[in-house]
Design a protein around this ligand. Structure first.
Ligand code: GDP
Ligand code: K
Ligand code: MG
Length: 292
């Protein structure tokens, strides 16, 4: 018997959804930072076995959209609700229910099995954990609760085993050597965006999009040219930094990650361009893959 299906990971920003997906897949598919809105797209992470294929979806955290980019981020979350065989609803220890009431109501009513993962238990006491489990049992009586630590890989295997039990009998949906739906350039863009999230303050990371114009794989080396798009001239200066030092740091650190990810030497060239108000422009958003 062969099992296959879709498992969608949803929850508030920063609870550890991307950390969990990477742990399950065993690859750094999703970028991770301590900032909300690190994940902007819906990303598949596929775990293949001889008699199973589990297609995990990492999604952006649930927020109330303030501009068009965030609206399409929330469309990714909505669609994650509809096509799942299992829903993984992640909360972190200490957190109360979703800020979006409508979303939470939908979660309470769904016919899809829900696994409620209580994450970051490495940071809590036994007493606090027990209080939280009691709380969530009352809030979401239909869900199965698993205390986990995605970061320390605690109880992740158990969750995976339970998911396998819940999956329907089905042939595989994707080739068995496929681990993601995203092309190579997507991971280049994301590696660069992760460094921008890490190294720059305030609104800078939220005003940035990255586009890879060239990805040339040669025998010994991959040659990459990417453009960092900002909304205003002042932001361009900040990204570049004094004598280019800030941009250089982004390049060096992103290159290290990409060499590990592709298992090959990487040459990375970065440019900065101003693309006015791209976050509010439908045509630009489509170009960057946000409108489905
Ligand atoms: P997402 O926004 O839900 O995708 O969350 P991320 O996976 O990006 O993680 C947000 C932050 O929480 C990062 O700093 C992670 O390192 C941290 N984090 C994730 N899982 C755990 C965990 O199990 N324990 C602890 N202590 N931190 C975690
Ligand atoms: K995050
Ligand atoms: Mg994420």
């Amino acid at each position: 018997m062969h099992k296959a299906g879709f498992v969608n990971i949803i929850g508030n920003p920063n609870v550890g959804k991307s950390t969990l997906m990477n742990a399950l897949v065993g690859e750094k598919l999703s970028i991770i930072t301590s900032k909300a809105q690190t994940t902007r797209h819906r990303i598949f992470g596929i775990v293949n076995g001889e008699d199973f294929q589990v297609v995990f979806s990492d999604t952006p955290g649930v927020i109330k959209p303030a501009y068009k980019l965030q609206e399409s981020m929330m469309d990714f979350v909505k669609s994650a609700f509809e096509d799942a065989d299992v829903l993984v609803y992640m909360v972190e220890i200490g957190e109360k229910k979703l800020k979006d009431e409508a979303f939470f109501a939908k979660l309470s009513k769904t016919k899809i099995p829900v696994l409620l993962l209580l994450n970051k238990i490495d940071t809590s006491s036994q007493e606090e954990l027990e209080t939280q489990v009691t709380y969530w049992k009352e809030e979401l009586p239909g869900a199965e609760i698993y205390p986990i630590s995605a970061l320390k890989n605690f109880n992740v295997r158990e969750v995976f085993e339970r998911i396998l039990e819940l999956l329907p009998e089905s042939p595989a949906f994707y080739p068995k050597d496929m681990i993601t739906d995203k092309p190579e350039r997507f991971f280049v863009n994301e590696a660069i965006r992760e460094k921008i999230l890490l190294f720059y303050k305030k609104e800078i990371p939220y005003s940035v999009e990255v586009e890879t114009e060239e990805f040339l794989e040669e025998e010994e080396i991959i040659r990459i040219r990417s453009v960092i798009m900002v909304e205003r001239d002042s932001q361009k200066g900040i990204i570049i930094g004094h004598k280019g030092s800030a941009l250089k740091k982004v390049g060096v650190e992103a290159r290290k990650d990409l060499e590990a990810f592709f298992g090959k030497q990487v040459h990375l060239e970065l440019f900065v361009k101003v693309n006015k108000d791209w976050r509010s422009n439908d045509r630009q958003l489509r170009r960057f893959g946000y409108n489905q």
